[in-house]
Design a protein around this ligand. Structure first.
Ligand code: C5P
Length: 234
């Protein structure tokens, strides 16, 4: 089976818009991320449809609740057939262990990753919620905790990959958004990295939205990014 490194963020408001885009790409070229915006509008039916079309689906719902509730939510997601899903690592070890144990019941279980510190949180925002710690130290701490709790990896900035792998091990997956090929507009992303640089930093999967979803020819955009990734892997 192919293992595409690109996860396209399906940031659309409706199922129809998402499916219109999906017609233009193939499961061999990319995986698909369904986040809170699309899931809240289109629901599990769309996720099931994407899985049935053969796409690896990253269900990006960032669960954060008591251990039993998160474990049950993980089971519901696994039944949809998703490839990857996530929980907030700040939900703590017991919650993460419950999530990992729930998924272990499935014969071909989804991968489970943690959200460490949201990139919208800076040092001042962390202090505001009572956490006197630098974002990077908190990322390292939560990555190590996620690894000990049985998670497969984290979502992080490509700039944090080396620190995360040092804290949690080289096989611990790093899924990185904030990726911009040189030919694409940055949009609202501030701390960006090219696909080539992100792969060289050790990113395992790249979350890419607008450079592909807004391209005139999404398949061509994917192929250009793929070429860049292959060059970086040599
Ligand atoms: O269009 P773009 O490539 O900026 O999309 C990036 C995707 O990754 C969006 O779905 C965004 O919500 C998500 N994301 C991010 N930064 C994070 C976590 C998730 O950009 N720290």
């Amino acid at each position: 089976m192919t293992d595409p490194k690109i996860i396209v963020a399906l940031d659309y408001q409706t199922s129809d818009e998402a499916l219109e885009f999906v017609k233009k790409v193939t499961p061999e070229k990319c995986r698909l991320k369904v986040g809170n915006e699309l899931f809240t509008a289109a629901g599990p039916e769309l996720v099931r449809t994407l899985c049935e079309k053969g796409f690896g689906v990253f269900l990006d719902l960032k669960f954060h609740d008591i251990p039993n509730t998160v474990a049950q939510a993980c089971r519901s997601a696994a039944r949809l057939g998703v490839w990857l899903m996530n929980v907030h690592a700040s939900g703590g070890e017991v919650m993460m262990r419950a999530a990992a144990a729930a998924l272990a019941e499935f014969p071909s279980r989804p991968l489970l990753i943690g959200v460490t510190v949201l990139t919208s949180m800076d040092e001042a925002q962390l202090a505001g919620i009572g956490m006197e710690v630098s974002p990077l130290d908190q990322v390292k701490r939560l990555a190590a905790l996620a690894s000990r709790s049985g998670l497969d990896g984290v979502v992080c900035s490509a700039r944090e990959v080396q620190a995360v792998k040092a804290a949690a091990g080289k096989d611990f997956l790093c899924v990185t958004p904030g990726i911009r090929p040189q030919w694409a507009a940055a949009g609202d992303q501030k701390r960006i990295m090219t696909p080539e640089a992100a792969i060289k930093e050790g990113s395992d999967y790249l979350v890419i939205g607008r450079p592909v979803t807004r391209a005139d020819d999404p398949l061509k955009a994917l192929e250009m990014i793929e070429t860049e990734i292959s060059a970086a892997q040599k």
